[in-house]
Design a protein around this ligand. Structure first.
Ligand SMILES: NC(=O)c1ccc[n+]([C@@H]2O[C@H](COP(=O)([O-])OP(=O)(O)OC[C@H]3O[C@@H](n4cnc5c(N)ncnc54)[C@H](OP(=O)(O)O)[C@@H]3O)[C@@H](O)[C@H]2O)c1
Length: 323
């Protein structure tokens, strides 16, 4: 089977397609024919290597996808050959086949297409836990969503609106601003002016929460845009990591809360994984959540997908189509 293999950390050019031995399903495992693999910003950090992402080499990138079960190993119940499943947090998804632990697989209901499922298993789950778990948005809360036309951003904007929040979104271009508005953003600003927009919208009080996946470039202004006892939810670093912080800044900012959540801690139990997936699939089938596929690429063009994502040329979700 063909897979993208990374043999050394580096730029997009280190993503190369190779032939690999077909995998076998061990106890509690599935082998899945991958129809769609999700591309995520995390795949870029991992490819580059770096303190928190320097794993073993070589490796097959990708943590998310959807496809059809080819084989189920001993002890697997509740899912069988031919079933359509989706997953996140499973390494090796940029490939024609992947081994998925059965307890990480989510069976797809009728009416949810493979591409749409693959598009929400990581970014949609993230939008779900951020707005419902990390800081559960209340009706009328002023909420900042950075990079609102991105993969997480478009979904998070919609989930915050479902909970009754008032979204102040950031984007870098007029076209992206329009997409954020279509997703429900009430106000859209560029990165230099969102703090002013927050002050205007809240009569100077500040935002209840900032969901910040941009990191270094936005962190200081995000902290300053919060209201007393507001929540700084730093969930990514698309512009680079945030330098170390003196906790006294949280006191002087108005007894602020700071958290750096990761999806794995919000879907650690199978019940929680299934509950969040079920909500997302229900919203999709009801037409309440729109999933924007911003680009699809054959497996051989994984490098181009990474280049496009890193260069801010993309909106919504990027997918690889291995088959
Ligand atoms: N903690 C978690 O559980 C979790 C889960 C999923 C994703 N994430 C994080 O969420 C963030 C978004 O991920 P995603 O996969 O949905 O990507 P994405 O938002 O589709 O792409 C990143 C976007 O960030 C914005 N950006 C601002 N400054 C940038 C810069 N210097 N370089 C590149 N992009 C920049 C760009 O939008 P504009 O052009 O509009 O500025 C760009 O389109 C990432 O930081 C990712 O690591 C975290």
């Amino acid at each position: 089977m063909r897979a993208v293999v990374v043999e050394r950390h580096g730029g997009p050019e280190v993503l190369e397609v190779r032939d690999r031995a077909a995998p076998h399903a061990g106890p509690g495992q599935l082998v899945v024919d991958v129809a769609v693999a999700g591309v995520n910003f995390m795949d870029i950090y991992q490819r580059q290597g770096g303190a928190s992402y320097a794993g073993d080499l070589p490796y097959v990138p990708g943590a998310e996808g959807a496809g059809t079960v080819a084989a189920a190993g001993p002890g697997v119940t509740g899912v069988a050959g031919g079933d359509r499943v989706a997953w996140s947090g499973v390494p090796g998804s940029y490939a024609e086949q992947v081994v998925v632990p059965a307890d990480r697989a989510v069976r797809l209901p009728d009416g949810v297409e493979l591409q749409v499922a693959a598009a929400v298993m990581l970014q949609g789950m993230t939008a779900h836990y951020l707005a419902n778990g990390t800081y559960p948005v209340n009706e009328g809360d002023p909420v900042v969503v950075h990079a609102a036309a991105g993969g997480v951003g478009l979904l998070l904007t919609q989930v915050v609106k479902m909970r009754g929040g008032v979204v102040i979104a950031t984007t870098s271009t007029a076209d992206k601003a329009e997409l954020a508005r279509q997703a429900g953003a009430d106000h859209v600003a560029d990165y230099d002016h969102f703090a002013t927009a927050v002050r205007e919208v809240t009569d100077g009080a500040g935002a209840a929460v900032v969901y910040d996946g941009v990191g270094r470039a936005t962190f200081d202004d995000s902290l300053a845009a919060l209201r007393r006892r507001g929540y700084m939810v730093l969930y990514g670093a698309a512009s680079g990591p945030v330098p170390p912080l003196d906790p006294r800044r949280l006191a002087s900012g108005g007894s602020l809360f700071l958290t750096r959540p990761t999806l794995g801690d919000y879907i650690a139990g199978r019940d929680e994984l299934l509950r969040r997936a079920d909500d997302l699939f229900t919203w999709i089938r009801q037409g309440r959540l729109t999933v924007r596929i911003g680009g699809t690429y054959p497996l051989d063009e994984a490098a181009r997908a990474h280049e496009d994502l890193a260069a801010r040329r993309t909106t919504g979700k990027l997918l690889l189509l291995p088959r």
